[in-house]
Design a protein around this ligand. Structure first.
Ligand SMILES: *[C@@H]1O[C@H](CO)[C@@H](O)[C@H](O)[C@H]1NC(C)=O
Ligand SMILES: *[C@@H]1O[C@H](CO)[C@@H](O)[C@H](O)[C@H]1NC(C)=O
Ligand SMILES: *[C@@H]1O[C@H](CO)[C@@H](O)[C@H](O)[C@H]1NC(C)=O
Ligand SMILES: *[C@@H]1O[C@H](CO)[C@@H](O)[C@H](O)[C@H]1NC(C)=O
Length: 535
């Protein structure tokens, strides 16, 4: 992955289905993978492999037996060899299956590790006969060929001529630029003097003066009026952990009522578990939940942020919102935040999964489904806007989905840790979802329902691209200047013009000009039938 990090598949008896869900790409020059494992008690294993293309890759080899006991020594390592045959060019899917049995019970746990690797054809077979090879060299390879003296002289003189022409061209170009600059300078002086007399708007003067500002290479930032992105400190920082805990005391439950199952998502300090919540009165009734929590090494600020941000949608009731229901804040344990379960999990990860599946099965998810998801998000946001709640971080990563394709918006607690690529620090210590932010939020730290509409436009784009990163080529530091210059994300392939027009409206520079969520709901609903222009 290019990351210097550890990825745990099983830890403390918990399986990270999130980690197992990655289909990691093995670089084509990597032939060995190493896995570290160790068990605290007796665990038997069976190991097997599947490869989808035996012409391109040999059966993977391991340096342990395919059946046995998981070592109990710490940091035992086994090695898997994935070598290409070199016969064809092909991407090969590799499945490593590890069946684990605890204490010889009949039950076993199946872990599937997916990898893919690009195999390339080796070009050794091409060297037909030695004679052919030698002849082709003398004809095509000027380095190995030995030109006669006369041709050598010819090449040298041509080279010298080219160099002279090139030099002359450069000198002429430099002289020309100099004279241009002088003319522009004169212009700017006359423009500024005339502007004083005629009291023209000063913007014109600044535009002309741009030519002789020393920082000519980046005229956008130097002339755009606002020097650097100045953003106020987030008020979250001023809340202490005790205050954050006090605010959620009324929804606190005892730790015994929560059972943690799989890890669904894991970051550097945050984790989301699939959990089971026992009913208060009848312990046989259980409810599935998401449990957001932090690892032991999380700092107090991180814990406070999680608790505070989890409360963003607290107390709101709408079928497209997923607010916090409970917390566990017992002494000596890391706080846990409990939300109702949605069985297909995070929307962004779901979309990315669809993209992988789409390669083999184009019908996996239809555009109608995606628009339907967008409508649900717009409905939830419309409700928030009516309640005068500003979300400030609407994005696919902060939505969840279930198997009926119902989508709910949730808070952004832990998102910075779980989706670090979607947040950036712009010089201060604040991590912001820069690529989802409206210009006025970026520049003036102003948030409103209209800036949520902007983020909705980006979320719609994420839906249509199945979870791509918006403005992926743009430096986060350049975003404000880029937006101010009128640039936006491009229309996704296969996205109908009508739908792109909806996104583009959300990105109007003037917040007043952006549509309201209620209008977006209507417009998208009408577009669900045959595509029709509605703005
Ligand atoms: C693991 O268990 C599955 C399910 O019973 C079985 O299909 C598979 O062959 C087993 N794999 C190995 C390596 O034994
Ligand atoms: C398998 O190979 C790895 C790396 O070469 C080595 O560290 C490990 O000890 C080997 N395991 C066994 C069981 O030979
Ligand atoms: C075996 O699996 C069943 C259901 O999947 C479970 O109820 C039972 O506790 C498991 N037994 C052991 C020894 O893990
Ligand atoms: C081809 O060239 C190699 C050296 O590059 C030489 O050893 C060999 O004898 C040559 N073969 C023929 C058929 O000329």
């Amino acid at each position: 992955l290019g990351l210097d990090a550890e990825l745990y598949y099983v830890r403390n008896d918990l399986i990270s289905h999130y980690a197992l869900s990655f289909n990691l790409l093995v670089p084509s020059e990597t032939n060995f993978l190493h896995f570290t494992w160790h068990a605290k008690s007796k665990v038997e294993y069976k190991l097997g492999f599947q490869v989808d293309n035996f012409v391109a890759m040999d059966m993977p080899q391991v340096n342990i037996s395919v059946q046995g006991e998981v070592p109990r020594t710490l940091s035992a390592v086994f090695r898997v060899e994935l070598s290409c045959t070199g016969k064809v060019d092909s991407e090969v899917m590799i499945l490593m299956q590890l069946n684990l049995t605890v204490n010889s019970s009949k039950n076993f746990t199946v872990l599937n590790f997916k990898r893919r690797k690009m195999c390339y054809k080796k070009f050794e077979e091409v060297k037909t006969s030695a004679l052919d090879k030698n002849t082709s060299r003398t004809i095509y390879d000027p380095v190995h060929a030995t030109p006669t003296t006369s041709t050598r002289v010819f090449y040298i003189s041509v080279g010298v001529c080219c160099a002279v022409i090139f030099l002359v061209a450069i000198i002429l170009a430099v002289l020309h630029l100099h004279s241009m600059k002088r003319i522009e300078l004169d212009d700017s002086i006359s423009a500024s003097s005339s502007s004083q007399g005629l009291s023209q708007p000063s913007t014109q003067t600044t535009q002309y003066l741009r030519a002789d500002t020393p920082n000519n290479a980046t005229p956008i930032t130097s002339s755009s009026g606002y020097p650097t992105l100045r953003i106020e400190k987030n008020d979250l920082r001023s809340v202490t952990l005790l205050e954050a805990k006090a605010k959620v005391k009324d929804i606190a439950i005892s730790r015994e009522r929560i059972t943690l199952k799989d890890v669904l998502q894991e970051g550097t300090f945050g984790r989301i578990f699939h959990g089971i919540l026992l009913d208060e009165k009848d312990p046989n009734k259980e409810k599935q939940t998401f449990v957001k929590t932090v690892k032991d090494q999380a700092s107090e600020i991180q814990v406070t942020m999680m608790l505070t941000e989890s409360c963003k949608l607290r107390g709101l009731h709408h079928r497209n919102l997923l607010p916090i229901t409970h917390v566990c804040i017992e002494e000596g344990e890391k706080p846990m935040v409990i939300l109702p379960y949605m069985n297909w999990g995070n929307l962004k990860l779901f979309l990315r999964q669809c993209k992988l599946v789409e390669a083999n099965n184009p019908q996996a998810i239809s555009q109608q489904d995606l628009v339907h998801m967008a409508i649900q998000i717009a409905c939830g946001m419309s409700y928030l806007a009516r309640r005068e709640v500003i979300h400030k971080d609407l994005a696919a990563r902060n939505c969840v989905i279930d198997d009926t394709l119902q989508v709910k918006i949730t808070d952004n607690a832990l998102s910075r840790d779980l989706f670090p690529m979607d947040y950036h620090c712009l010089g201060d210590n604040e991590n912001r979802p820069v690529r989802w932010m409206a210009l006025e939020s970026l520049v003036n730290n102003e948030f409103s329902s209209a800036s949520d509409v902007w983020a909705f436009g980006v979320t719609l784009w994420e839906l249509m691209t199945l979870g791509q990163t918006p403005y992926v080529d743009i430096d986060p530091f350049e975003m404000a200047a880029y937006l101010k210059d009128g640039y936006r994300i491009a229309q996704p392939i296969n996205c109908p013009d009508e739908l792109f027009a909806v996104m583009a409206c959300c990105w109007a520079l003037d917040p007043e000009e952006r549509p309201k969520f209620q209008q977006l709901v209507q417009c998208l609903t009408e577009s669900m039938q045959p595509w029709s222009l509605c703005l």
